[in-house]
Design a protein around this ligand. Sequence first.
Ligand code: NAD
Ligand code: UDP
Length: 326
Amino acid sequence: MHVVVTGGGGFLGAHLCEALLRRGDTVWCLDNFSTSSPTNTAHLCDHPRFRPVRADVTAPFDVPAPVHVVAHLASPASPPDYDRLPLETLAVGSQGTENALRLALWHGARFLLASTSEVYGDPATHPQPEEYWGNVNPIGPRSVYDEAKRYAEALASAYRRSRGLDVGIVRIFNTYGPRMRPHDGRVVSTFIRQALEGSPLTIYGDGSQTRSFCYVDDLVRGLTAMADSDRDGPINLGNPCEHTVRELADLVLEAAGSHSRIEYRRLPTDDPTHRQPVIARACEQLGWSPVVSIEEGLERTVAWFADRRRQPDRAPDRGGPAFVKA
Ligand code: NAD
Ligand code: UDP
């Protein structure tokens, strides 16, 4: 298959590109590197079926080849990133999603939308099944991301109903692993960086808020299963093992063998108090469930971060030309 991955240079996108190449697909990786760097995919650039394209998907784009799947992952995803890029986040969720949908329609391809557990906002239902409609503050700092993703889900669903497009929506819960940026501001990458530096782990609030952390290999397996299926979704993809942020800090200290102390900071506005996916639908419809425990996943991620600290990255910028359809 020929697969277009928007945001393919990012944390999840690069892992997805790698998995698709491994199974024999040709991969068009579109990215503007607004929250990533070409380093993530530098090791793929000599692969004969890898096609890196530097492109901003908020402008119309095409690829000069048949397309069977469009996996739309482009979007800032970490709270500090979308706080820094509020208008860009809204634009990529709206115009960027519409351009990706049009590409899929044009080529008769399946469209896979990487949505998020953030569509549930600060959930009043716990754990969160797909039927829950969410509790989002439409004007708060997180709204640029939450509402952009909710709009993207609405738009993709409208293309399915009105144009017959083959659409699949997944709602991804907190995912971690190698290739996260040490300074992306997300909790796992931040705690690991701090633990390895020996600096204090910064817990926001009292650390009683919860998240459910999924290892990236499990998540990518879910993405490919959804791409290969004919399911509409939305389908939650995440690891249902829930931890408080305070527990996560202890797990990271243990995995890193670190004696960093804990420092408490102000809780950001609208920070969800708890989050845990119901994954019955993913199990039944995709035969998917995560298998990597938090201890194992953190061990692998800490090893990658430690290795990266020893090898400063000097990978060249390998973005290729954009093929833009008028
Ligand atoms: P990331 O920031 O590492 O990757 C996003 C990629 O999109 C980056 O490479 C960025 O440069 C690119 N991008 C942003 N705007 C673009 C634009 N206008 N044109 C082209 N490329 C653009 O984040 P990630 O964690 O890999 O997330 C990937 C997707 O998965 C996002 O859509 C995110 O909302 C979704 N998601 C991720 C998580 C998670 O825990 N990682 C959870 C829920 C949803
Ligand atoms: N968090 C924290 N310290 C940090 C970064 C994040 O305590 O240095 C908290 C954050 O307030 C939230 C949780 O960890 O409650 C998960 O944050 P992240 O940004 O990783 O994901 P999201 O909030 O989008 O689920």
